[in-house]
Design a protein around this ligand. Structure first.
Ligand SMILES: C[S@@+](CC[C@H](N)C(=O)[O-])C[C@H]1O[C@@H](n2cnc3c(N)ncnc32)[C@H](O)[C@@H]1O
Length: 173
């Protein structure tokens, strides 16, 4: 793709995010379980997910709150702190229950993002049920996650994964 100006890049990024969240949520429709939002940020995608998945609980994760008050989950649904502290606590509390996860942690620093998602996938995996969907704004490589081909590649930065239907952690396959 030709280099886009920053405004068009942002518009494409947000449109891709919205389209892939819709697509992944439709694929997860038959699965029970909550939605996990990694990177609450300004609460834009959290607010979108609330409308999209109105019948599901949503748990959000971030190191701090910097969005509007009406897009901040109640304390029972908010894991505030560094991911490496909050994910083990969330796993202990919730277990492998989530049907859909949104990993929205990208920054301007691609090298730092790559280091982050290299371990984040392993920390997110124990929270997901077999068959769960993951939408991520950086490529992730996790055993038992299969990359899906979305109807439209969008900005090229977003990826959708499906967790294996069998429990790959205990399977000998
Ligand atoms: C791209 S923003 C999320 C945008 C948000 N989904 C929205 O729609 O407004 C990424 C967020 O990830 C959070 N974040 C990045 N690394 C983190 C870490 N290691 N632990 C906790 N939060 C982190 C940042 O604080 C930031 O709010």
């Amino acid at each position: 793709m030709d280099r886009l100006n920053r405004l068009d890049r942002m518009i494409l990024r947000l449109a891709t995010q919205r389209d892939l969240l819709r697509w992944a949520a439709s694929l997860a429709a038959g699965l029970p379980g909550p939605v996990l939002e990694f990177g609450l940020g300004k609460g834009r995608t959290y607010d979108f997910l609330r409308a999209l998945c109105a019948d599901r609980e949503i748990f959000a994760f971030d190191r701090d709150i910097h969005g509007p008050a009406d897009c901040v989950p109640n304390p029972d649904h908010l894991f505030l702190g560094e991911f490496d502290d909050t994910l083990p606590a969330a796993t202990a509390r919730l277990g492998p229950v989530a049907a859909l996860a949104h990993v929205d942690v990208g920054s301007e620093d691609r090298a730092a993002d790559a280091r982050l998602v290299a371990w984040l996938g392993l920390a997110v995996a124990p929270l997901l049920r077999p068959g769960a969907l993951v939408v991520a704004d950086r490529a992730m490589t996790v055993d038992g996650w299969r990359r899906l081909d979305p109807p439209d590649a969008g900005d090229g930065d977003h990826h959708v994964y499906r967790v294996a239907m069998f429990d790959y952690r205990t399977s000998t396959k």
